[in-house]
Design a protein around this ligand. Structure first.
Ligand SMILES: NC(=O)c1ccc[n+]([C@@H]2O[C@H](COP(=O)([O-])OP(=O)(O)OC[C@H]3O[C@@H](n4cnc5c(N)ncnc54)[C@H](OP(=O)(O)O)[C@@H]3O)[C@@H](O)[C@H]2O)c1
Length: 304
């Protein structure tokens, strides 16, 4: 297996999982296809930006040709949603261009590509959970670049759309919340954006199932239950022993300064197709957030 973005928050957890190690904050009893991962099941090569700049098309094609993986899990991405508004060319080069390169390389070498996409391909106007064949209409550059990447994939590639990813590594909202809780501060979070949280460790388990089954087509993967950023902050505050006054709800229109990128007001992902395929749904989001916050590593990082 070849895994791009190996040093990112999903990449770190996926590499652990593929090696039979439960990632920090992970649930060792959860595997959607109910077959636990043996440490010697996968032979994995994880690529970081340090190893290879994937926008170097020729070098990327050569790397795939020389390693001849059975499966490529493509996690590397330009993920800074607001900065993408002023770096559109770079964002598209990574999120669309690199995905196209890897799809072509997979086709040339007989590998199966699993490419990761986002709920931000949707505009939020539907008003209920999005299913895989709903119409896309990205509101920001990042979402448009990821949708372009989806369209550049071959029809037999697998596309996994996920949302609001939280892992022990990387800078995500939960780290900010934990830091503020530890230092006695309060937080304000928007309560008018609805979505689905995805624990990086639970997504990694889902990606193992996708690697084993190579289903092709688009799949939505997120933890169960919808929420808002305010609800996440309030719940995390409770887990961390803070009172009801820790988190205050605000409207997106009250954010100062206003974010550069527009986000959908409701972009939760339905797991109906996943469950219909016979795989276990991912745990409820509060379970995942509790696991992540309870992990000593996160507490240590938050306090440092
Ligand atoms: N995070 C979320 O909330 C979220 C939501 C929906 C979907 N997703 C998708 O899920 C996937 C994994 O996300 P993540 O949260 O793990 O992202 P992440 O932590 O930002 O990791 C992405 C990795 O890609 C690397 N990368 C970027 N450009 C590269 C290039 N040109 N060559 C080689 N490596 C490059 C980054 O390296 P540097 O650190 O050196 O830049 C980083 O290690 C991505 O496809 C993302 O779009 C994420």
């Amino acid at each position: 297996m070849l895994v791009t973005g190996a040093a990112g928050q999903v990449g770190v957890d996926l590499l652990d999982t593929l090696r039979g190690v439960t990632p920090l904050g992970g649930d060792p009893s959860f595997q959607p296809d109910r077959v636990s991962v043996a440490g010697d099941e996968f032979e994995v090569l994880g690529l970081t930006r340090h190893d290879l700049d994937l926008t170097d098309r020729d070098a990327t094609m050569r790397a795939v040709a020389s390693t001849r993986p059975d499966v490529i899990v493509h996690l590397a991405a330009y993920t800074q949603v607001d900065r993408a508004e002023v770096e559109a060319d770079l964002c598209f080069a990574v999120n669309a261009g690199v995905t196209e390169t890897l799809s072509l390389a997979a086709h040339d070498t007989g590998a199966h590509l699993i490419a990761i996409s986002t709920d931000y391909v949707f505009d939020g106007a539907k008003g209920s959970a999005y299913v895989e064949d709903d119409t896309t209409n990205p509101l920001n550059v990042y979402g448009a670049s990821k949708r372009a990447g989806e369209l550049l994939c071959a029809s037999d590639d697998t596309i996994v759309r996920t949302s609001w990813v939280m892992g022990v590594r990387g800078k995500n909202v939960l780290h900010v919340i934990a830091q503020r809780a530890a230092s006695g501060d309060t937080v304000r979070f928007v309560n008018d954006q609805i979505g689905t949280v995805t624990l990086a460790s639970d997504l990694a388990r889902a990606l193992v199932t996708m690697t084993r089954t190579r289903p092709g087509g688009i799949w939505h993967v997120a933890n169960s239950g919808t929420t808002t950023w305010f609800e996440i902050a309030a719940f995390a505050g409770t887990v961390l022993g803070r009172g009801d006054d820790f988190a205050t709800p605000i409207a997106t229109s009250d954010l100062e300064p206003p974010p550069l990128a527009t986000r959908p007001t409701r972009s939760d992902l339905s797991m109906g197709k996943w469950v219909d395929a016979g795989w276990q749904a991912l745990p409820e989001w509060r379970d995942g957030v509790t696991r992540l916050l309870g992990d000593r590593a996160l507490r240590t990082e938050a306090g440092s």
